[in-house]
Design a protein around this ligand. Structure first.
Ligand code: GDP
Length: 315
């Protein structure tokens, strides 16, 4: 069964750890958000979600933080601090190696997809990871203190500013990376990972041709809610959903994906929301979606695939 997963950072990576246990790697393509990317931070090209997914699937992620490399040291960052630089964006020493490699590849004229594939293969990832687009399309947050890059909003300013709107700067001029539309067309299942629906999945769906590609695809389309009991497990999804005037609940998430979704997987805690989600014209599947152990990650992935198979049989 070929599966395409749309992914942001931490929530998606946790889910994908379970998914790779139940889907053969050659049948899995992960399309990753690049709206968080910084094209020139201390001379480096930073792609936070691509790295979180890559490190997680390579088995080297720092699980406690959800990003970076397990056991990494921070000598380079400390040296920068000593030299008077503002090191609000943390990069460990090994992580810095990845960034130097990616930046060098891009400077040699490689595309972001080619660099992403090379790095993930060299780190031992066996499924395909594709950035949503090759072009740099920074997500900018309209706040009460002005327009700021998403990473600045999240990491530097700790998501403290009131969100008025979210913009995907230049997204109308982008095209999907090579392989994205083919993967969607050939997929039997398209899974929207439990990621921030506004700033992680939002940019992917806003790349021209991707949403129409999903809608056109024969695949069964399933999403896992990142919102449990009216709150995100981690990160500012609630503030961003509120800023966009969307209800912070599994219903709000289902509304965002309403145009194309067949099945919404929600947490047991949110069972009471089932009728409201079904009214949107999709099936609801209940599961324990808080991925606190590997067993739960695998079970959630199995539930998603079983629901997709059942839907296919019925149609
Ligand atoms: P950001 O950190 O908000 O930019 O977004 P990411 O897409 O990188 O990942 C965070 C999202 O993953 C949040 O909306 C979380 O609620 C969700 N998430 C993290 N862990 C879990 C989990 O165990 N279960 C579920 N259902 N969602 C999760």
């Amino acid at each position: 069964m070929s599966v395409v997963a749309l992914a942001g950072g931490v929530g998606a990576a946790r889910f994908l750890e379970g998914l790779v246990q139940v889907v053969p790697p050659e049948e899995l393509t992960v399309i990753v958000n690049t709206g968080d990317d910084m094209a020139n931070f201390m001379g480096l090209y930073i792609s936070p979600d691509v790295d979180i997914v890559t490190y997680t699937l390579a088995g080297i992620v720092d699980h406690k933080k959800g990003w970076g490399i397990e056991g990494d040291t921070f000598h380079a960052l400390q040296a920068l601090q000593k030299l008077g630089f503002d090191t609000w964006f943390s990069l460990g020493d090994q992580d810095l190696g990845t960034h130097l490699a990616r930046t060098a590849m891009l400077q040699q004229g490689w595309s972001l997809s080619k660099a992403t594939q090379a790095i993930s293969e060299l780190l031992g990832v066996r499924c395909r990871i594709i950035p949503m687009t090759e072009q740099w399309v920074p997500t900018r947050i309209v706040t009460d203190v002005g327009l700021i890059h998403f990473e600045e909003y999240l990491v530097k300013r700790k998501a403290q500013d009131a969100v008025e709107d979210v913009l995907f700067d230049g997204i109308d001029r982008t095209v999907p990376s090579p392989g994205v539309l083919d993967a969607l067309e050939q997929a039997e299942t398209i899974v929207v990972c439990p990621s921030n629906p506004i700033v992680s999945i939002g940019p992917i769906l806003a790349v021209p041709h991707i949403k129409p590609g999903i809608m056109k695809a024969d695949a069964v389309k399933v999403a896992v809610s990142p919102i449990i009991g009216g709150k995100p497990v981690k990160g500012p999804a609630d503030k961003l959903m509120e800023g966009k005037g969307i209800e912070v609940s599994a219903v709000g998430v289902a509304q965002i994906y309403e145009e194309f979704l067949d099945i919404m997987v929600i947490d047991k805690e949110d069972q009471h929301l089932t009728p409201r989600i079904e009214e949107l014209g999709m099936r609801v599947v209940i599961e324990q979606t808080h991925m606190t152990s590997m067993a739960r990650k695998k079970k959630l992935a199995q539930t998603v695939l079983a629901a997709a198979r059942e839907q296919k049989r019925k149609s």
